[in-house]
Design a binder for this molecule. Structure first.
Ligand code: SAM
Length: 486
């Protein structure tokens, strides 16, 4: 299988030798949480200003008893002792600086240390690993990388400099991320600069114009030669901008990275047919670049929302692929598994359904009371109205892993009105659809193509079978309405 998405903690997958055999990966790119002490939300531009956006993932760390035990084990094992010292060193710094919530950095580093270490096993001798981070923790992460991969295998620190708005009062504006690049074995690693060469500046081209394209004997300008296909890439990426709000590739996923950034890394560090792994793959930028470049790929994200979202992203952008070509693992495949997930982790169950049906938007905070009438997700679709520009309208998605009560259906309708959405979708197990059918208001809405019920039911069974899609205009394209970006 050339395209695999795991909805799981990457540590678990990285430690599974069947899933990821030794020395099987040509390139790892990871863009993990940065220890930013933030929650990242999925935006929903509803009209109700009182809504609370809900998170895609949390980047807040707190030292736990489990962390303490792990650190203890690590410091006893000679192979991981130096990693443990780095974590202890960070603890010391936190304590010295008198931070009240001490040890969030240490917890973050400990968790990263375990995962980075597990990545080493799966890398081929010719491979590279790129760790995307920012100055919040890049200096500590570099220590971890040195300890795991060896300082000798450090290749470079790539700075991604981007433009941005916002001028802080007391300091210079923060405008760069850092990408730490290591080889598994420096010297044997694959690197081809040609695909990422950039054209020379006009003045340079002018000065060297006699030489461009010619093999030049020694001469006035020393040994310098101009390669006909452009300048050798350096370690500052100053030509890649963050994804603009209106950009076609924007999916609304927080921290989504630009495709062109990943395109350059994948092209220069792998060959066609090689395997790329992104263990913190978010909305799948790395796997998108890998697919476009004819590489095999494996993406892992702990959020069950990501897998469905990425599958849609890939199927939407690469029409030669069928749903079966993308192997989803760690998400329910049978009704029994779906029921088990709904019981064990209702929040992840909701996220899974939302990702699977292409919904974006809001999720309740874990642990927050799940009041009926809440919003679990938002689906975009595109009614065609005569004489009007096609623009997205919204359906509120409510996911129920258990019984659907008549009140829940009424509440959904109420929520649709409150958010001034066009429709409401109740996703539940098939045996609950009757209640949706009986209780739903008979209201419909229409566009040039037909008329549609305002409140609709959709069963988990149908979703798993890919059997039926929702009755929403231009939602079709096999659930890829949300990706149209019209
Ligand atoms: C900064 S985002 C990655 C964004 C990604 N580069 C993109 O362009 O979409 C970090 C991701 O790591 C995921 N994550 C956090 N902890 C994880 C873990 N232990 N295993 C796998 N994924 C994890 C989060 O759910 C989040 O999607």
């Amino acid at each position: 299988m050339n395209r695999i998405l795991y909805a799981d903690d990457c540590l678990k997958v990285l430690n599974d030798e069947k899933a990821l055999p030794d020395a099987s990966i040509d390139l790892i790119y990871l863009d993990p949480p940065f220890n930013s002490n933030s929650k990242y939300n999925l935006p929903f531009k509803g009209k109700d200003k009182t809504h609370k956006p809900v998170e895609a993932f949390v980047d807040i760390w707190k030292w736990s008893d489990e962390d303490a035990e792990t650190l203890d084990d690590m410091s006893r094992d000679p192979r991981t002792r130096s990693l443990a010292s780095i974590v202890q060193f960070a603890q010391g710094i936190e304590q010295m600086s008198g931070r009240r919530k001490a040890s969030s950095l240490a917890s973050y580093l400990l968790n990263m240390a375990l995962r980075l270490r597990a990545m080493r096993r799966v890398l081929k001798p010719t491979s590279s690993i790129y760790l995307h981070c920012d100055p919040t923790a890049s200096h500590y992460l570099k220590l971890l990388m040195d300890s795991i991969f060896g300082p000798n295998n450090f290749l470079n620190e790539i700075v991604w400099y981007y433009r941005g708005a916002g001028v802080p009062r007391n300091t210079r504006a923060k405008r760069h991320d850092t990408i730490l690049w290591y080889a598994r074995h420096k010297g044997s690693h694959y690197f081809n600069p040609d695909p990422i060469r950039r054209p020379y500046a006009q003045a340079t081209q002018e000065r060297f114009k006699h030489y461009i394209g010619n093999v030049r004997p020694t001469g006035d300008y020393g040994q310098q030669q101009l390669n006909p296909i452009g300048k050798h890439p350096d370690d500052v990426l100053d030509y890649i901008q963050p994804i603009a709000p209106s950009a076609k590739e924007r999916l609304g996923y927080p921290t989504q990275k630009p495709l062109i950034l990943l395109d350059g890394l994948v092209q220069s560090s792998t060959n066609s047919g090689d395997t790329v792994l992104d263990p913190f793959c978010g909305c799948g930028t790395t796997v998108h670049a890998a697919e476009a470049l004819g590489r095999k790929w494996i993406g892992i994200d702990i959020s069950k929302f990501s897998a469905g979202l990425i599958r849609d992203r890939i199927l939407h952008n690469f029409k030669y692929l069928n749903a079966d070509d993308v192997d989803l693992r760690g998400t329910p495949e049978t009704v029994a598994e779906a029921r088990a997930l709904a019981r064990q982790d209702p929040f992840e169950f909701e996220k899974w359904v939302c990702g699977y049906i292409g919904a974006e938007g809001m999720f309740r905070e874990p642990g927050e009371k799940g009041a009926d009438g809440g919003v679990d997700g938002v689906l975009k679709f595109f009614p065609v109205r005569e004489g009007k520009k096609v623009k997205p309208e919204y359906a509120i998605v409510q996911v129920k892993g258990g019984n659907v009560t008549p009140d829940a259906v009424k509440a959904l309708h109420e929520t649709v009105r409150r958010y001034e959405a066009t429709a409401g979708v109740m996703v539940c197990f098939a045996n609950q659809l009757g209640t949706v059918e009986n209780q739903r208001v008979k209201a419909t809405f229409s566009d040039a193509w037909g008329s549609y019920p305002v409140i609709q039911g959709y069963s988990i069974e149908a979703l798993l079978d890919d059997a039926q899609s929702l009755d929403l205009p231009l939602y079709g394209y096999k659930r890829r309405g949300a990706m149209l970006n019209l």
